[in-house]
Design a protein around this ligand. Structure first.
Ligand code: SF4
Length: 131
């Protein structure tokens, strides 16, 4: 858990999150629409910072980066939670978990440094093209 970025404190211990266009006004103890940001005593916290639930190395063509270094691979990571409710979502189980079970955050702890290291090492092992 880490204090969130991009929010403002309001009166009566409420906060407004400005991370996405929902601009949630959140009372003390409550969550935003995404279910992964919570107001605790008038401060907003990210509940998924460093909680990685999925990591993959995929062909770049599988990502919305088609024609960006064709033939290369992409390293991607994910946490639980999402601010959309798409009915056809292929990741519905992890995307909507915090909404279905409030405050239920899963995922392995991984620091930003570890993520960069793993991505870099994955790229080298798989022959990712650079620059
Ligand atoms: S949905 Fe989540 S990220 Fe978007 S404004 Fe609300 S709390 Fe912030």
């Amino acid at each position: 858990m880490k204090e969130a970025m991009l929010y403002e404190r309001l009166s009566d211990s409420k906060v407004r999150c400005n991370l996405c266009n929902h601009r949630c006004n959140i009372k003390d103890g409550n969550y935003g629409i995404c279910g992964v940001r919570q107001n605790r005593d008038g401060s907003l916290f990210s509940l998924v910072y460093d909680r990685i639930v999925a990591s993959h190395i995929d062909p770049i063509e599988k990502k919305p980066l088609f024609q960006f270094y064709p033939g290369s691979r992409a390293y991607s990571i994910a946490t639980v939670g999402c601010n959309f409710r798409c009915k056809q979502c292929q990741n519905f189980d992890i995307a909507q978990l915090p909404m279905e079970k409030r405050g239920h955050i899963v995922g392995d702890r991984m620091s930003p440094e570890e993520i960069v290291k793993q991505g870099d090492s994955s790229g080298r092992q798989r022959g990712v093209r650079r620059g």
